[in-house]
Design a protein around this ligand. Structure first.
Ligand SMILES: Cc1cc2nc3c(=O)[nH]c(=O)nc-3n(C[C@H](O)[C@H](O)[C@H](O)COP(=O)(O)OP(=O)(O)OC[C@H]3O[C@@H](n4cnc5c(N)ncnc54)[C@H](O)[C@@H]3O)c2cc1C
Length: 403
């Protein structure tokens, strides 16, 4: 009987293991994860888990009974230490080896850390255990400094405010969520945070974290009882490197999740996969990507010929507002607003020079962003007047005739 091992029991790994079985692989499937809690959703950890006092619930992707039904053997709290492709074996950290025919690396990322004096005082957020620590630290009246104005930093600022803390976001760049938003959308989100009481310090980098303050390179000393950092991630590529797998920003794969070594595939956040859409290798740090990519790579491991072509999409919840981003604004030549961009609910559609929608940003406009996703996939030219016409329901935007 063949054995396929999935290393990393996060969203990508869990979906890879289950989809492999669904796709007809009838050998042994082992899902190996170093966390004691098995395959759970990370998005609530920076949102409801911290804001809802009562809730310490953890949301698993599948109940254990589902793995039993699918005959997926889950090993929680077990770290893989090395992969030997020639011998076809994974060595485990506590000793012992598991032989394999194929292995899927789904080892994800870990938070990047600061290396300045006092950085051991800085909390980061990736795991359930991290979230428990942050939740305890966010008690009413405390001064929280969030380093980094990306999604995690902003969600933590929002969570801090809702727990009665004061929140300051410190950012080396000049705007919020600069990796995923255009300047106008950044301004919208920043204004929403300022309205909720969050303060910002842009253009500052941290030089020291003192017991009660964060010190920046321009001499600002921001009072802080709690310091959290959301300054990006480093991908867990050490295992891949130990196996001789090519690594760039992440584990390099083709559009099907295959690496340069036949029996090794990679899925989810750890993978730097070839995207036909971008014509380049890309990395993505979103929940949907982890699920869709994990699912596809599991199917490939089961013998199917598939290429990954999902349109990037993510959401974030901040101060009670839902933010969604689809595709990218970078290739856009124009923006069409559906709804008033100064209001609490609108969608910005980004169009390229052929009038095809290439990206969207929605504030409390999930349906419009769903329509944008379908338009991006279709690649067809869209009519700006129709997109802007709020008398046409978003469901009809995709099928509405072009004027
Ligand atoms: C706090 C937080 C909030 C988020 N919110 C959103 C959101 O609102 N919207 C959105 O779209 N995305 C969000 N994301 C991103 C999304 O959750 C991640 O992109 C997704 O979880 C990545 O899944 P993954 O399985 O690829 O990696 P991971 O979730 O990192 O899972 C990898 C697993 O592999 C384990 N592992 C690593 N090395 C080994 C080893 N040697 N042996 C065994 N196991 C190993 C790791 O411990 C981990 O459990 C959020 C992420 C975080 C951390």
């Amino acid at each position: 009987m063949k054995t396929h091992i999935v290393i990393g029991a996060g969203q990508a790994g869990a979906h890879a293991a289950v989809s492999m079985r669904r796709a007809g692989f009838d050998g042994r499937i082992v899902l190996l994860g170093d966390e004691l809690v098995h395959s759970y959703e990370r998005p609530p950890l920076s949102k409801s888990f911290i804001t809802e006092l009562e809730s310490e619930r953890i949301a698993n992707f599948f109940p254990l009974s589902h793995y039993l039904n699918e005959k997926v053997q889950v090993l929680a709290g077990v770290a893989a230490e090395a992969i030997d492709p020639a011998a076809g074996a994974v060595s485990l950290a506590f000793g012992g080896k598991i032989p394999f025919d194929k292995v899927i690396l789904a080892t994800g990322s870990r938070p990047r850390t600061l290396s300045v004096p006092g950085s051991d005082r800085v909390l980061t957020l990736r795991t359930f255990a991290d979230a428990v620590q942050i939740k305890k630290a966010f008690t009413s009246g405390r001064k929280v400094v969030c380093i980094g104005a990306g999604v995690i930093g902003l969600e933590l600022a929002s969570a801090a405010i809702s727990r009665g803390c004061q929140a300051t976001v410190l950012e080396v760049g000049d705007r919020v969520m600069a990796r995923s938003l255009d300047k106008a959308a950044s301004r919208t989100i920043e204004a929403m945070h300022r309205d909720a009481g969050v303060e910002f310090a842009f253009g500052h980098s941290v030089v020291a974290v003192e017991p009660h303050a964060v010190v920046t390179d321009v001499g600002l000393r921001i009072p802080a009882d709690v310091v959290v950092a959301g300054i990006g991630v480093d991908r867990n590529v050490a295992l891949a490197q130990s196996a001789g797998v090519s690594v760039g920003k992440g584990v390099l794969t083709d559009a099907s999740g295959r690496t340069n070594i036949d029996c090794v595939l990679a899925a989810g956040e750890v993978a730097e996969f070839y995207s036909e859409r971008e014509g380049a290798h890309v990395v993505l740090e979103t929940s949907r990507h982890a699920q869709m990519h994990g699912t596809l790579v599991g199917q490939v491991a089961a013998g199917q010929e598939l290429a990954y072509d999902d349109v990037p999409w993510f959401w974030s919840d901040q101060h009670g507002a839902n933010i969604q981003v689809a595709g990218s604004h970078r290739a856009a030549g124009s923006t069409v607003y559906r709804g008033d961009p100064l209001s609490k609910s609108f969608c910005a559609f980004y169009l390229n020079s052929q009038s095809a929608v290439v990206g969207a940003f929605g504030l409390n406009a999930g349906r419009d962003v769903s329509a944008a996703l379908r338009l991006i996939r279709s690649g067809a030219a869209a009519d700006p007047e129709i997109l802007a016409d709020i008398t046409i329901t978003s469901g009809k935007l995709v099928s509405a005739p072009r004027a």
